[in-house]
Design a protein around this ligand. Structure first.
Ligand code: ATP
Ligand code: MG
Length: 445
C-alpha cells in the first residue's frame, strides 16, 4: 500500500476524549472513527488488525473442533421470553419493534438462538457432541461506554456453544475450549491468565475469565506470583488426549488467580500480586439451564429424553485490538506484535525527489510485497521527521529507511519497532534479511 493513496486519517494532537493509551492511539493512528456513544467505524488500517485477530481466533476454533456458522444480529424477543431472560437482561438490551409490532432485539449474546437451532435439528445422543461458533457483532447498551473499542456498545465477539449428553462430556468440551483460548492468546502474542469467575447472569457451575494484565484494565485481580513461570502456551497438549488435557487444566486451575469479585484473602497464597487486567475472554459451563427452559432435549442410550448439557464461550475480538495496544505501545505510538500487525514492513523514502532513492524504494516495495508480506510505503513528499513520527505511530514491526546517502553506498537502514534497534543492511541482501527476520518473529511464541 502506498501511503500517498491510503485512507489513513492520522492525528497530530492527542484527542481530548481519550482517557487511555489504546483509545488515544487508535484515534491518532486513524484506525477508528466514532459514530456515536460506543459505536465506531473501523477505518482501513483498524479493520486490517481486526481481521487478523479474527483469523487467529477462527483458526484455533476450527482446530479445537468447533464449526463456524453465522447467526443474525437481530433476534426475536419470543426466544428470550422462553428462557426467562427477556426481563432479566434489563436496560443493556436494545429492544426494537418491527412494522408488525413484533418485539425484536439486537443480540447481546446468542444462547437462546443457538438453543433454538439445536432443538430444531438434534434429537439423539448419536449426534452429540456438537460445538458451533460465530464471529458476529453484538450490542449491549452499556451504562458507561468508554475507552474506545474496549467498552463499546456495538462490539465484535466470537461466541460458541457446546452441546453434550452428559455432565462429564460437557466438562471435557469446556476443557477443550479452555485450551483453545490459551492457544489463541498465545498466537496473538499475549500472556493471558485464566481466572476462576462468577457465572453472573449466564448462570452455571464452572466459569473462567481470561485476563490480560494491564494497569489500565477495569478488573482488579489477584494472582499468585507463580504465574510468571507457568507455561501458558499449552504447547504439546492435544485436544483428543483427554488425560493429558485434564492434567494440564488441573495444573493451571490450581494456581491462584481471582478477580476482586471472588478473591478470598484467606485462601489466597502468601506470595500474591495485586494488579489490574482486561477481560478478553470468558467461558461458562451451565449445564441444562437453557435446554430445560427451552426444551432442547435428546434421547439417550436407554431411549430416555434428557435435556442437553451446554456451555458457552466468548472472546472479545474488537476489545482485543485495544487490549493488545495497551500491552504494547510507547510514547511514540503502537508496537504491533508481528502476528497481527496491519503491515509487516514500512518503507520510508527520505527523499522523494531523488531519482535513485525512489527507484530503490519502488523496487524494494515490489519485491517485499511479492513475498506475501504486507507493506506500507511512505512515498509522500513530506519531511523525514514527519515520516519517522508517523511510522512509529502506526507501529509496523519493521521499518526500512531509504535515503540518498545510503543508496550511494548500497545500504539501507532497518529499524525494529519493538526494540528500537537499528542496523544497516546491504541492499543486495535486504529481501532475504527481511523475510528471515519476519519468520523468526512469527515463530516467537
Ligand atoms: P464485562 O465484564 O467486561 O462487561 P462481560 O462479562 O459482560 O464483560 P461476556 O458476556 O463474558 O462479557 O462477553 C464475552 C467477552 O466479550 C468479554 O470477555 C469481553 O472480552 C467482550 N465484551 C463484553 N462486553 C464488551 C463491550 N461492551 N465492549 C467490548 N467487548 C466486550
Ligand atoms: Mg464476562
Amino acid at each position: 500500500m502506498r501511503l500517498s493513496q491510503y485512507f489513513l486519517p492520522t492525528l497530530k494532537e492527542d484527542p481530548k476524549e481519550a482517557e487511555i493509551a489504546s483509545h488515544r492511539l487508535m484515534l491518532r493512528a486513524g484506525m477508528i472513527q466514532q459514530n456515536g456513544a460506543g459505536v465506531y467505524t473501523w477505518l482501513p488500517m483498524g479493520l486490517r488488525v481486526l481481521r487478523k485477530i479474527e483469523a487467529i481466533v477462527r483458526r484455533n476454533q476450527d482446530a479445537a473442533g468447533a464449526q463456524e456458522c453465522l447467526m443474525p444480529t437481530i433476534q426475536s424477543a419470543d426466544l428470550w421470553k422462553e428462557s426467562g431472560r427477556y426481563d432479566a437482561y434489563g436496560k443493556e438490551m436494545l429492544r426494537i419493534t418491527d412494522r408488525h409490532d413484533r418485539e425484536m432485539l439486537y443480540g447481546p449474546t446468542n444462547e437462546e438462538v443457538i438453543t433454538d437451532i439445536f432443538r430444531s435439528h438434534i434429537k439423539s445422543y448419536k449426534d452429540l457432541p456438537k460445538n458451533l461458533y460465530h464471529i458476529q457483532w453484538k450490542f449491549r447498551d452499556e451504562i458507561r461506554p468508554r475507552f474506545g473499542v474496549m467498552r463499546g456498545r456495538e462490539f465484535l465477539m466470537k461466541d460458541n456453544y457446546s452441546f453434550d449428553l452428559t455432565k462429564e462430556d460437557a466438562e471435557y468440551s469446556y476443557k477443550k475450549m479452555f485450551l483453545a483460548y490459551l492457544k489463541t492468546f498465545r498466537d496473538l502474542g499475549l500472556r493471558v491468565i485464566p481466572m476462576k469467575a462468577d457465572t453472573g447472569p449466564i448462570g452455571g457451575d464452572l466459569s473462567h475469565e481470561f485476563i490480560l494484565l494491564a494497569e489500565t484494565g477495569e478488573s482488579e485481580v489477584f494472582v499468585d506470583a507463580k504465574w510468571n513461570e507457568v507455561d501458558l502456551a499449552g504447547k504439546d497438549i492435544h485436544y483428543n488426549n483427554k488425560p493429558q488435557l485434564e492434567a494440564y487444566f488441573d495444573e493451571l486451575t490450581n494456581i491462584y488467580a481471582a478477580t476482586d469479585e471472588i478473591h478470598n484473602p484467606e485462601t489466597a497464597p502468601k506470595d500474591i500480586i495485586q494488579t489490574r487486567g482486561i477481560e478478553v475472554g470468558h467461558i461458562f459451563y451451565f449445564g441444562t439451564k437453557y435446554s430445560e427452559a427451552m426444551n432442547a432435549t435428546v434421547q439417550n442410550k436407554d431411549g430416555k429424553t434428557v435435556p442437553v448439557e451446554m456451555g458457552s464461550y466468548g472472546i472479545g475480538v474488537s476489545r482485543l485490538v485495544g487490549a493488545i495496544i495497551e500491552a504494547s505501545h510507547d510514547e511514540a505510538g503502537i508496537k504491533w506484535p508481528s502476528e497481527i500487525a496491519p503491515f509487516d514492513v514500512g518503507i520510508i523514502n527520505l527523499k522523494v525527489g531523488d531519482e535513485q532513492t525512489s527507484k530503490l524504494c519502488e523496487d524494494v516495495y515490489t519485491k517485499i510485497s511479492a513475498t506475501g508480506l504486507d507493506v506500507l510505503y511512505d512515498d509522500r513528499d513530506t519531511s523525514a521527521g514527519a515520516k519517522f513520527a508517523n511510522m512509529d505511530l502506526i507501529g509496523a514491526p519493521w521499518q526500512i529507511i531509504v535515503g540518498p546517502k545510503g543508496v550511494k553506498m548500497g545500504m539501507v537502514e532497518m529499524k525494529q519497532r519493538m526494540t528500537g534497534e537499528k542496523f544497516d543492511v546491504k541492499i543486495s541482501s535486504l529481501i532475504e534479511t527481511i523475510t528471515t527476520k519476519l519468520s523468526d518473529l512469527k515463530k516467537g511464541y
